[in-house]
Write a protein that binds this ligand. Sequence first.
Ligand code: FAD
Ligand code: DLZ
Ligand code: SF4
Length: 508
Amino acid sequence: MRRLVLVLGDQLCEGLAALDAADRTRDVVVMAEVRDEATYVRHHPKKIAFLFAAMRKFADTLRDAGWDVRYTRLDDPANAGSICGELLRRAEETGAQEVLATEPGEWRLIRALQHCPLKVHLLEDRRFLASHADFDRWAEGRKSLRMEYFYREMRRATGLLMEGANPAGGQWNFDHENRKPAPDEVAIEGPLRFEPDETVSEVLDLVERAFPSNFGRLRPFWFATDRAQALQALDRFVADALPRFGDYQDAMLDNHRFLYHAVISLYLNAGLLEPREVCEAAEAAWREGHAPINAVEGFIRQILGWREYVRGIYFREGPDYVTRNVLGHARALPAFYWGAETRMRCLAKAVEQTRDEAYAHHIQRLMVTGNFALLAGVEPHQVHEWYLEVYADAYEWVEAPNVIGMSQFADGGIIASKPYVSSGAYISRMSDYCRSCAYSVTKKTGKGACPFNLLYWHFLDRHRARFEGNPRMAQMYRTWDRMDEDRRATVLAEARDFLDRIDAGETV
Ligand code: FAD
Ligand code: DLZ
Ligand code: SF4
């Protein structure tokens, strides 16, 4: 009996579980550009174009390898509009009644496949270094699920950056060396860019027509869209940027969007690169003396540690994770997240590059856009939807734990031991944004005071009952309590006034 083999837009890998379980002489691969997936949030146009172009090229790769691929374009009049609808249509066309599918990265689509009136075999996605069972085994019985311990387990299990039973370089973690402030200059060109070829150009025209009002610039489009290009982009990163990745991992610069970051998350998450090969390339650079241990360990920790860990949390916590809101935050997402004017330079620049590139690096996501939303008390689900829409690497399995958990503390501390909040001082130390801001980062109150300074204390004050007993936050409360009462009242009143002005839609 013929079976259908579903390959989703973020499953573009020849070793995919569903392909592996199928018979290329008999089974039929189904790939489809569908409205439901393209509109469940209003994705950035670059994200849609990247996926459609990469899907089309991957379909050709599979055909070259002998597969019968039934590919549906978005503008095909017969397009059923959803993944399940397309499976049903292809089932009728081919007589197949069973589907081999690899577990999607969002509960939403897992549910849709489970409810599809065909026999769907959901196979575990093996593109990760930890299986669900591995993660559950590690998590079982632990009071807290801190990434660092999971990461050490993963180093031991994979042998990556190990010298026998010991961590290479004599330490598990070199993070204390990785907090240098922004450099004056960045001496590298940044991520490798690719001119649109015929397939990409055709997709760009389609996306322009079909999604004319989604937030984000479609052109210039420069992402890699096939495995060979993604490997070249990885090579460029290892050769140029990796050696200084560690030093400047947390830095931000007004005129440099990528610094020493890899810009490969979109390729990893779509299946064009595999996590192990990326970690091995970084490790080889250290062993060859090309990159220092603090850079290579820091980089590998992001992939072997954080990336695998957040996926484990997403699947362990279940579908309701994205609705959590333990801090009871209810404010609407301010209009400047969608490009409306703001005088806050850090936010304006982070949003501008998000609009242009469908990319911001980790510290911009965490300590600028994320920090502000948390301090201002924005409803976490709105924050979650924003991140899912605007970044080219965003799928719920990785986005939600980072946003709901790490950034907004809406899960009550499963991922973060304390909320990632800071005043303007942190942004000033790690970036050059404040130098050209309309606000003054050194002003704590009064006209022109940096809003992060006001909102920081407002956040701590309004959540005192929850956080004052947290030993990692005791110092913050001591500092607050040492301020005289009038000053505290002024800070809180000015913070309230600032929030009222946001709610009223004023430019802040
Ligand atoms: P680099 O800084 O060069 O890091 C290398 C790789 O490590 C990345 O490509 C990525 O695969 C992995 N990585 C690093 N940090 C994380 C992390 N916290 N979680 C998972 N993987 C990580 N990453 C996504 O892939 N998709 C998302 O939707 C996403 N949303 C985020 C939302 C928030 C609020 C925050 C704070 C972080 C989010 N991240 C997300 C993690 C991280 O910001 C991006 O992976 C990273 O910025 C991608 O750029 P890069 O490839 O240049 O990464
Ligand atoms: C994100 C996305 C988009 C925009 N479009 C498609 C599509 O048309 N067809 C498809 O198979 N996949 C698409 N995707 C990726 C899916 O949404 C993704 O597989 C799920 O969100 C699970 O991670
Ligand atoms: Fe951002 Fe405040 Fe610095 Fe302005 S002064 S860039 S608002 S941290």
